[in-house]
Design a protein around this ligand. Structure first.
Ligand code: SF4
Length: 342
């Protein structure tokens, strides 16, 4: 198909339930995860996440992209078990988190943290930075008051802030500095996995670059894994080893970041990539993404993208395309199936 140079279509195999990566021992594994909201009194539920499988390897960054309403932030919260899945399993470091008792879950929670778009909104304006940073350690019973403060100083140094920041209040910091504090707070419990949900979206471009580089440095130093959620594909490409593209609650394509950006297979991924300004692609003709994301309450039948897809054909509006694995990549589109069968 167009836009998929170098892909060995004949190697494609159906991929019903699991992701395509070759990580032998993922820190995070989602299997056929579903999250529906509401749906009582004859109202259909909001199908925010509908059968997503993916893994994040140790020390790996997996980027999750898609337009607003794709379900990527819900998926991030399901990964951290801040939300209960309607169906499917979430496995963290080999443990099915839905089966854990409260105490076991609390122990596990230390090891997974969230960095989100606007840390200032989550900080109490009346708490000092020292109180904000020591709070997670106190909640999880980590260290003594003295060692907690020592750890805060260490972490402030790691994220590039002076230790006298501890005595200040949130409003005394810029957006970039506040995000550094948000990262330091996420690190206080020595996590293995951090879900970054639009962590740089609210920042100026120059500050974005500083925070992205900080996240990469911290990852190198501490061996962290990231599930990196963002709508900006350039940012996701910069950060990620692999990328999964979500549309209306489903993953439609996954693959190594550079390969996916250079030769997206799914028409939706192609449209997203084509909408990203890039010097490499200057002058190329791309089909723009038109129309709005349909309602997740009544998603289209067949391929959910068919109402916006410029390449739709006979089966697309009534047959759900299978997720096919092609080497280290996967995509769900009838064009791939028809090429395999050709
Ligand atoms: Fe487009 Fe059909 Fe592929 Fe869906 S299955 S992305 S509608 S060509």
């Amino acid at each position: 198909m167009n836009g998929s140079p170098g892909v060995a279509i004949n190697d494609a195999v159906p991929l019903p339930a699991t992701d395509t990566d070759d990580a032998t021992s993922p820190i995070l594994r989602l299997d056929s995860v579903v999250k529906h909201f509401g749906g009582r009194r004859r109202k259909p539920p909001v199908r925010a996440v509908d059968g997503v499988s993916l893994t994040v390897g140790r020390g790996e960054t997996v980027g999750l992209v898609g337009e607003s309403g794709s379900g990527k932030s819900t998926l991030g919260r399901l990964a951290l078990r801040l939300l209960e899945p309607t169906a499917g399993t979430v496995t963290f470091d080999g443990s099915d988190v839905s089966r854990l008792r409260r105490r076991e879950l609390a122990r596990l929670r230390r090891r997974m943290q969230l960095v989100f778009q606007d840390p200032l909104s989550s900080f109490s304006p009346r708490m000092t930075i020292e109180e904000i940073l020591t709070e997670p350690m106190t909640v999880h019973g980590i260290g003594t008051p003295k060692t907690r403060v020592a750890k805060c100083r260490e972490l402030l140094d790691l994220v590039g802030l002076p230790s006298h920041a501890l005595e200040r209040y949130p409003h005394q910091f810029s957006g970039g500095q506040a995000q550094r504090i948000g990262i330091a707070r996420a690190l206080t419990t020595d996590p293995d996995l951090i879900v970054c949900d639009e962590a740089v979206s609210a920042l100026d471009v120059s500050v974005q670059a500083q925070i992205l580089n900080l996240l990469r440095e911290v990852q190198r130093e501490l061996g962290l894994s990231y599930l990196f959620i963002a709508h900006d594909l350039n940012v996701v490409r910069y950060m990620s080893d692999r990328i999964s593209v979500m549309y209306l609650g489903q993953v439609v394509e996954s693959g190594p970041a550079d390969t996916l950006m250079d030769s997206a297979m799914h028409p939706y991924s192609q449209a997203l990539v084509g909408s990203v300004p890039s010097l490499d692609r200057r002058g190329e003709l791309r089909t723009p993404l038109v129309g709005e994301v349909p309602s997740p309450t009544r998603p289209p039948t067949g391929c959910r993208f068919h109402t916006r897809c410029p390449r739709r054909f006979e089966p697309c509006d009534h047959v759900d395309p299978e997720l096919l694995q092609i080497g280290r990549r996967s995509a769900a589109c009838h064009l791939l199936t028809s090429e395999v069968g050709a």
